[in-house]
Ligand binder design. Structure first.
Ligand SMILES: [Zn+2]
Ligand SMILES: [Zn+2]
Length: 189
């Protein structure tokens, strides 16, 4: 489990570069910043929707929601509906998982839509992108393919045959912290 963010392994966590120098929530400088495209919900009910870079403290303590979060919330809901949980349990688990998602920065940056695989009634942890061919094969062969749900791999995801993706960052690798199963997503640009 990531030390800073539960859903991101520490070695896979990416800070924003120096182009961003202050947290868009607390305006602090000299803090590590992470990509988070979303909205800040203020106590007076106002919403600041011009959020892009957020520090760890604000991510964990402020009420932030991702832009277009409904898309992934639907994926969570659909996943839980296939679980053996009762309707009441599904609803409470749904709130817990949405909360975890909202407190997680946009790492990895999904090219098309947010799609963190779900397993064991939880959201899996991002463990990185491949950096070379050997890792690409290791991260995608004998590994579960996820596309809003567990999906059969089509031929295009056999990278030995179809060739490398345009960028290794189109492939993202995840691990369930409960059962240890590995998943990957592939979203091309
Ligand atoms: Zn901050
Ligand atoms: Zn699992």
């Amino acid at each position: 489990m990531g030390q800073l963010f539960e859903l991101i392994a520490d070695h896979a966590l990416e800070k924003l570069d120096d182009y961003y120098d202050e947290c868009h929530v607390c305006d602090q400088t000299a803090v590590d910043l992470y990509r988070y495209q979303g909205k800040l919900h203020l106590e007076n009910g106002e919403i600041d929707d011009d959020i892009y870079a957020v520090c760890t403290d604000c991510l964990l303590t402020k009420k932030l929601t991702h832009s277009c979060d409904f898309d992934y919330i639907r994926t969570i809901t659909n996943y839980l509906a296939t679980s053996s949980l009762s309707i009441e349990e599904q609803e409470s688990m749904r709130q817990i998982l949405i909360e975890k998602y909202q407190k997680t920065p946009d790492v990895p940056l999904f090219m098309q839509y947010v799609d963190r695989p779900l397993c064991c009634n939880d959201i899996t942890m991002f463990t990185g992108h491949p950096t070379d061919k050997a890792e690409l094969y290791r991260m995608t062969e004998n590994v579960i393919y996820w596309e809003k749900q567990i999906k059969e791999k089509s031929g295009g995801y056999n990278f030995r045959e179809s060739g490398n993706p345009e960028s290794f960052r189109e492939v993202a690798s995840f691990q369930c912290r409960h059962c240890g199963r590995n998943y990957f997503t592939f979203q091309f640009t």
